[in-house]
Structures are given as C-alpha cells and as structure tokens.
Ligand binder design. Sequence first.
Ligand SMILES: C[S@@+](CC[C@H](N)C(=O)[O-])C[C@H]1O[C@@H](n2cnc3c(N)ncnc32)[C@H](O)[C@@H]1O
Length: 294
Amino acid sequence: MSDVRAHYDESASSYHEQYDPDLIWRNAEYPANFFRLEKVIRILEDRGVSSVYELGAGEASPIIRIRERLGVDIRASDLSPEMVRLGKENLARHGMDPEWLTLLDVEDDAALGAEAARVGPSDAVIALGVIPHVRDDDAFVAAMAQFVRPGGSLILQFRNAMFSMFTFNRLTKEFILGEIMASVPKTFRDAVEEDLDVRLAVDKPPKREWDKDAPAYDEILARFHNPFELADVVRRHGFDSIEYGWYNFHPTYPMIAGRFDAKEYREAQIALESDDSWRGMFLCSAGMIIARKL
Ligand SMILES: C[S@@+](CC[C@H](N)C(=O)[O-])C[C@H]1O[C@@H](n2cnc3c(N)ncnc32)[C@H](O)[C@@H]1O
C-alpha cells in the first residue's frame, strides 16, 4: 500500500494533464481517462443524479468537471496526501469547497465507516482507477455500497483481463494458462504452455518505467479483472441491472501500433470510443461496470 501511495504522490502534479482537452492530440500517452470521464458524465446525466461520491478521486480533476458540467453535489476522498493537497487547491481554484475532498484509505474499515456516516448516501458512487490497487474485491465493492442510496448507481472502473485475448503476448499466455485452463489437467496445460511460447510474443509487453523517485505503475499492485467475475462481486453486494462501459480502445494489438502513423492511429482510437458493442470487451484495456443498488 505504501508503494501505491508513493506512486500517486509522485504522479499528482502532472495528473491534471490527462483531462486537458488541448492535450488529446499532443500527449505521448493516449488520454484514455479523458474519454472515460466523458462516458461517466454521460451516464450520470442520463440517470439524473444530483449527488456523487468518488472513492480514490486523485487531485479532484474528474469530480470538479462532473460538478461543472452537471451542477451536482460532490464529495470525494483519496489515499495519497499529495493528491488530496493538490485536489483541495484545485477545488478552491474552481470556487468549490476544499473540504469536499478528504484523505481516506478505502482499506481502513473504521475510517471508511466514519466517512460514509459523515457524508451520507449519494445518488451515485464512482471509483475510477482504484480497484486495481486493492487486494480484496468484495471489501472494495462493499465499501462503495456504503456511499450510495437504494436505487442509486455504481460506476466501477477496472483493468480488463479480456483484453489479453487481443494482445497475443505474455498476458495472453497468463490468461489462457491461469484462467481459461485453470481446471484442465497439468499435462495439457504444459503442452499448451510450450506451444504458446512459440506462437506468442511472451517477451511483451515491456515494463513501463519512469525516472521518478517512486515505484512506477508496473511496480505497484495494479491488478486486471475479469468483467464476468467482477460483475458477480457487484451483484453479491446488493446491485443489479449490470451494464458494461468500455474505453481505451486499441485498433490493433499494441505491439504493432508503432507501424502506423501516430495521428492516424489516434484518430482510429478516438473514433472507436463511441462503439458501445460487445467488441469493447476485447479491444479495450479498461472498462466500467455500471449497476443499480437494490
Ligand atoms: C488511477 S488514479 C485515478 C484518480 C481519479 N479517480 C481519476 O479518475 O482521475 C487512482 C487513485 O486511487 C487512489 N487510491 C489507490 N488506492 C487507494 C486506497 N486504498 N484508498 C483510497 N484511494 C486509493 C490513488 O491515490 C489515486 O489517486
């Protein structure tokens, strides 16, 4: 957990850049979170929510944009002291109350219960980019449930394990052997492993590194989730009407993306972000579960 905190303390100062519409074309990294936020705003608007709580809210850029666009009440919290410090500044700069953002570790049950009691239930609870960093999915969804009223909405982002079916690399091998073939006898799994080592680019993806004084994203706990299994967790904690929302589309598997003109590739990515079909489950490295509390 201290690694996760250190990672986000270090990324806090540049975090707002991914939500800057002027940088959509110039950012070296694809601004997937910009498109995620646009989808979240549309979902909240369609559902007519008037209050939102965000767990793991970072430096408050998303929640501020949600309030600016929808005029809803917002409350939020985050684990990283630097994110919270900058988030409070960010709120004040936008004429909003810095007290709307507080420091909270969602894995600290006592603090979580106190925060839920303090703010009361909202029309919607959202957690974007947070569940990859926690160990216990059930506890996390139970935590989210404390912040939403019956009939209210949950939006839970996750890193999509199914994307490995389109990457043809080490992640594909791990998903086939560890998940799809989990109950197949070892003799068959060993044979498939040997075969996959020849067919797949098992040396990819490369680990993402950075030159900062804290662990990089690929060095902290950053789990993928199977969308079907995660939907079961959400159901277990009193939600129904489950839907998926997909984002961070890849027009090709990432290992050949470098063969294309960067602008043309990005145009194709952005165009795909409006695809609401089942294809997102395979073309997208991330998704969201949207559900209603019973
Ligand atoms: C990928 S960032 C996303 C920030 C924001 N939700 C957004 O969409 O831009 C993940 C955030 O989750 C926070 N986080 C990670 N583990 C947490 C925990 N146990 N409790 C609360 N926040 C946590 C991190 O500090 C970080 O700010």
